[in-house]
Design a protein around this ligand. Structure first.
Ligand code: ADP
Ligand code: MG
Length: 402
């Protein structure tokens, strides 16, 4: 394949390793300076220029977009998507992960552990919000910080209020998060490629520092993750729309708590800690997926009138409970059942033999009017059963029906 690595740092460890791994495998690879693209937009013809010349044909790109160039960088990635060139990390995925609030919002509707978090604006609401988190100490974070900068531990409510006010006066939006004390200056970085964790390390903060970032002096060690942590990391990356991601988790008393999902995880720390060829895993994955460029399902599926995606809930006591999908009659209607949410499981492309259970959620695509009578008007459990705009997140949890 011909691969472009989008990066403004061709000499950094990660770029060099990716290039090397691609070359070792016989691929053609070029590091392309993200900032040297020009986007061309004409009817039916999205195009890209690189260093003022038409970009040659590429099979895939791997975006390594730094936080300082998010807007332009994601625009370049989006342009590749419009041109049907494969990227493991979409512009949407990168945007989702970049902002700590946005990523927590997206993760919070799924069954993925996250530290209890609030986003509060008015000073009058701060105290109540801190109390809902269980009181001080709390962690305060600016939305787009990296490397531990902008993450502060406030020991008392008074201090927390002061910090929040100061940051807000400086026009910074802040998150307030429960301090996960049991994690004691440690966190876990899981490197996700596709549907697997290819490597994981624990980072341990130095001295009495609570932030375990390597940039804050944290040390690293290789660890073997339990299935629960692996599952959480992979699902978090999928939900964000990232196929290459560094998922950071705290070790809570009740299991993993996802703090953030990084869309351009560094290779140096994790390859150093594990001795594994992670760059090689990334290249192999991209090569295996090149024929499946991202399809913007929102653009493609909801283009005709009256057609959309909605979630049908099977309420307790419904006469559909216990019936198979084939017996339910749902397969003969003017919509298609895309997947079934059953507890924490998602069965994609369910077969007619799938037995429906109470509380199942069926994601359906087709004529919305045909679905209307199946969407309960009252008793909307967990506020889930409403017509929803098609969101790519909802169809990433692919699992083969059995
Ligand atoms: N809620 C929390 N409880 C305990 N420790 C935390 C919490 N949030 C962050 N930390 C520590 O601070 C570090 C940096 O936080 P993080 O949200 O990852 O910001 P950054 O993007 O700057 O790395 C984490 O690696 C972790 O060690
Ligand atoms: Mg971090």
């Amino acid at each position: 394949m011909k691969l472009g690595i989008l990066s403004t740092a061709p000499k950094c460890y990660s770029s060099r390793r990716l290039k090397q791994a691609a070359e070792e495998r016989g691929h053609t690879v070029r590091i392309l300076n993200t900032l040297r693209f020009t986007l061309e937009l004409e009817e039916g013809e999205p195009d890209l220029y690189y260093r003022s010349k038409v970009l040659s044909e590429y099979d895939a790109v791997l975006p390594r977009i730094g936080a300082s160039i998010s807007y332009f960088g994601t625009a370049v990635v989006r342009q590749f998507e419009q041109m049907d060139i494969y990227t493991p990390n979409t512009a949407n995925g990168i945007t989702n992960s970049r902002d700590k609030l946005r990523s927590m919002q997206i993760l919070s509707r799924h069954d993925i552990g996250i530290p209890h978090t609030t986003f509060v604006r008015d000073r009058a609401d701060v105290l109540a919000a801190i109390e809902r988190l269980g009181g001080a100490p709390v962690v305060i974070k600016i939305l787009e910080g990296t490397q531990g900068i902008g993450v502060i531990l406030a020991e008392t409510t008074k201090v927390a209020e002061g910090i929040i006010e100061t940051l807000q006066n400086a026009k910074q939006n802040v998150l307030v998060q429960r301090f996960i004390s049991e994690s004691k200056g440690k966190d876990i970085r899981a490197f996700v490629v596709g549907d697997t964790v290819v490597a994981a390390m624990r980072r341990v903060a130095q001295g009495d520092e609570f932030r375990s970032n390597v940039h804050r002096g944290g040390s690293t060690e290789q660890i073997q993750l339990s299935p629960e942590y692996v599952e959480t990391a992979v699902r978090a990356a999928q939900i964000m729309g990232l196929r290459v991601a560094g998922v950071d988790m705290l070790e809570g008393d009740d299991g993993p708590l996802v703090m953030e999902v990084n869309s351009s995880p560094g290779f140096e720390g994790i390859e150093g800690a594990t001795g594994l060829d992670i760059a090689g895993s990334v290249i192999d994955y991209i090569a295996s997926q090149v024929n499946f460029p991202e399809i913007d399902v929102r653009q493609r599926l909801t283009v005709s009138k009256g057609v959309g995606v909605a979630e049908i809930l099977i309420p307790e006591g419904s006469d559909l409970v216990g019936k198979t999908l084939a017996e339910s009659g749902l397969l003969e209607r003017e919509f298609t059942v895309l997947n079934v949410h059953q507890g924490t499981k998602v069965i994609s492309n369910p077969k007619g033999s799938r037995v429906l259970e109470a509380d199942d959620g069926l994601l359906c695509y087709g004529r919305l009017e045909e679905m209307r009578d199946l969407i309960p008007q009252k008793k909307r459990r967990k506020r889930k059963a409403k017509a929803i705009k098609l969101d790519p997140q909802l169809i990433v949890d692919l699992e083969k029906s059995s």
